[in-house]
Design a binder for this molecule. Structure first.
Ligand SMILES: Nc1ncnc2c1ncn2[C@@H]1O[C@H](COP(=O)(O)OP(=O)(O)OP(=O)(O)O)[C@@H](O)[C@H]1O
Ligand SMILES: O=P(O)(O)OC[C@H]1O[C@H](OP(=O)(O)OP(=O)(O)O)[C@H](O)[C@@H]1O
Length: 318
């Protein structure tokens, strides 16, 4: 393959969101994984300097398509985009994507939303009405199920194959559709809920819960390199998720403090050059460390220090 005169022979292709919500977090992950590249202005392809890899900057919505077809070997996108693609283009033995890793960012929900002060209170009331969304396949699947269930109630089992609900695509600012009189409801992403509230909308159901994921094609050109990249990215995520906590404590208190900081596997305990005292070193989840430090101090630990983990390769704890 050749893009703008750049030979991509013998390089694994890695699809990265070129803009939007996932872009910067992906660049941070690549930097943390020591994937070094220089992207020329407006070029959507960048050769990696220190690995046989090329980054392809693509819209997040298109990454499942390129990876699913095997044109790109590995990629980062939202699970919502993977689901949307797979409903529209069901995977076969050769096509479709494999989810390798959750990436710990880009969490959001694809929700059915209606005007807060309007007459519609339940998803059933949207049957036969106008829906606007960027996720037409998932929305169609959702209303197909809803209409099937509804008609089986009404007609005793005949789910019917035609969709009574009208689903229309827009590429962005979906939340404006109700206020503009185009839609009775929308199916759109919600994270903080600010956009939804500002548009005077409320969620009445969730279609899909999403997070950013690392995906690969079913037959990547270099499975070994895919494995290395996945491990590097996993290491960056772990390093962000955990901190290293060290403290000194009297040996007799070990059973108590070990309950407070059990660690990912187990605490490392080293004797101090002082009778009856030990130093403890343990990996703990960042989100739990502040209350753990409070409890350690209360239990009699001293010199409690927390340090950042720069990078990690964890292996299995089992
Ligand atoms: N508000 C949000 N919070 C967290 N993740 C989000 C949010 N909105 C979207 N995402 C995730 O990011 C993915 C890409 O969405 P985004 O709207 O950024 O795409 P885009 O269309 O490429 O960018 P833009 O909206 O700037 O045109 C979504 O599929 C979803 O997984
Ligand atoms: O719940 P919130 O935190 O407010 O986030 C939700 C908004 O974020 C996304 O849009 P984005 O801002 O990416 O722009 P878009 O409408 O152009 O897709 C999504 O489509 C919502 O509009």
């Amino acid at each position: 393959m050749d893009f703008t005169g750049t030979s991509l022979n013998d390089r694994l292709l890695f699809g990265v969101p070129k803009k939007g919500r996932l872009h910067q977090a992906c660049l941070d992950l690549l930097a943390g994984s020591d994937i070094q590249f220089h992207r020329h202005n407006r070029h959507d392809i960048a050769l990696v300097k220190n690995l046989p890899l090329a980054l392809v900057f693509l819209p997040a919505a298109d990454i499942p398509f390129f990876v699913g077809q095997g044109r790109v070997d590995i990629g980062i996108t939202g699970r919502d985009q993977v689901a949307e693609h797979e409903v529209g283009t069901p995977p076969t033995e050769a096509t479709g994507v494999v989810e390798v890793l959750e990436l710990g960012f880009g969490a959001c929900k694809l929700q059915v939303q209606v005007p807060e002060k309007g007459p519609i209170q339940t998803p059933q009331q949207l049957i036969g009405k106008n829906i606007v969304t960027s996720f037409t396949a998932l929305a169609a699947q959702y209303f197909q199920k809803l209409e099937g269930a509804e008609s089986s109630v009404q007609t005793n089992g005949d789910a019917g194959s035609k969709l009574a609900t009208k689903i229309q695509f827009v590429g962005g600012s979906v939340e404006a559709a109700c206020n503009l009189g185009f839609a009775d409801g929308i199916v759109d992403l919600v994270e903080s809920g600010e956009t939804m509230r500002a548009a005077g909308l409320k969620a009445i159901d969730t279609v899909v819960e999403s997070t950013a994921v690392l995906i690969t094609s079913k037959h990547p050109s270099d499975p070994k390199l895919v494995h290395i990249i996945a491990n590097r990215i996993r290491g960056v995520i772990t390093a962000k998720k955990y901190v290293l906590c060290t403290y000194n404590v009297e040996r007799r208190l070990l059973p108590v403090v070990s309950q407070i900081t059990p660690g990912r596997r187990a605490p490392t305990v080293t004797s101090l050059d002082e009778e009856g005292w030990v130093a403890v070193s343990v990996m703990e989840q960042r989100s739990k460390i502040a209350p753990a430090m409070d409890a350690l101090l209360e239990a009699g630990a001293v010199d409690i220090l927390v340090t950042e983990i720069g990078n990690a390769r964890m292996g299995s704890v089992d």
